[in-house]
Design a protein around this ligand. Structure first.
Ligand code: UDP
Length: 285
């Protein structure tokens, strides 16, 4: 059962599943209620705007889905005695003071900055999930997802991989924020999904980092996209957003040892596959 309000998702992304006998869809906002008929074996709480322009546009909704939405999803798991998977984020580490980031690091988040609507909502989501586990015995598993990319992203969702690819294919210059020396570690979506399923199938509490430790500067990523697409539109520099983290790379020892999980798709291959998908995708999406 898939529950979504499509505030940042798209019906087209599940169109191929609609006719499947084992698939059902509920159009609803989990911040209001998670009225899903039982029995429920597991609840995967993935709902939230996750791209910075989305959560800056939807600040109160982002706080609501991280807080009330998580509580509603936890209640659904508790009522059904189901496993609960929380999709948390590398953003709980904020602009990290240690590098790379393992799960023991408590983070460096500005609680009143513009990104706090996402970061603090996810930090609360982790806290309330752990409280449900300690107090009510809910079988909680927390994953912290690092930057993920791949087919079915929105062309204009504002994230760096989708933006660069859309710009390059549209003959526009690639927009680098700041000097482009900041880093991110990019995980291909298929790898990430395998990690989520491994966590669901385990009894680990976590938190467990899920991400690809392959670390790229934003400038190198821009060069890669220009190379793969064959675009000669070049690069345009824009101001760095407030509180934009300088470096980010996961330590994934816990995922390797406890889940037997590690990413298999190198960034060069994943970006190539994503470019192919964008080339064939409906330009309106
Ligand atoms: N970024 C950029 N140009 C863009 C979009 C993003 O240079 O058109 C930068 C952004 O400032 C950040 C990095 O790319 O340093 C990753 O941004 P994204 O929004 O994809 O993810 P997040 O900041 O949440 O890690």
């Amino acid at each position: 059962m898939c529950l979504d309000d499509f505030s940042t998702g798209r019906p087209e992304n599940i169109a191929h599943l609609r006719e499947h006998p084992a698939f059902a869809f509920i159009h609803a906002d989990v911040s209001v209620a998670a009225d899903v008929p039982g029995p429920v074996d597991a609840v995967a709480h993935l709902a939230s705007p996750a791209s910075p322009p989305d959560y800056l546009r939807l600040p109160l909704e982002t706080l609501a889905v991280g807080s009330r939405g998580t509580e509603n999803a936890l209640e659904l798991a508790r009522r059904n005695n189901a496993r609960f998977l929380l999709a948390s984020t590398s953003e709980v580490y904020g602009d990290p003071l240690t590098h790379p980031q393992d799960e023991e690091y408590w983070g460096n988040v500005n609680p009143v900055g513009p990104r706090s609507v996402y970061d603090e909502a996810k930090r609360y989501a982790e806290a309330v999930s752990q409280a449900y586990r300690r107090t009510l015995g809910v079988d909680v598993g927390i994953v912290r997802i690092f930057n993920t990319y791949g087919p079915r992203m929105r062309r204009h969702d504002g994230r760096v991989v989708s933006s660069f690819i859309a710009q390059a294919l549209g003959g526009q210059p690639l927009t680098i924020y700041g000097d482009g020396k900041q880093t991110r570690s990019f995980c291909y979506v298929d790898d990430l999904v395998r990690g989520l399923v491994a966590m669901l199938d385990s009894s680990e509490n976590g938190p467990v980092n899920l991400g690809n430790p392959e670390e790229w500067t934003v400038s190198d990523l821009a060069e890669l996209v220009l190379g793969i697409t064959g675009s000669d539109a070049g690069i345009e520099y824009h101001p760095l957003p407030t509180d934009d983290p300088v470096r980010r790379r996961p330590v994934i020892t816990r995922a390797c040892e406890h889940l037997g999980w590690y990413p298999e798709v190198p960034v060069v291959d994943g970006v190539r596959r994503t470019v192919d998908w964008f080339r064939n995708a409906d330009p309106a999406l």
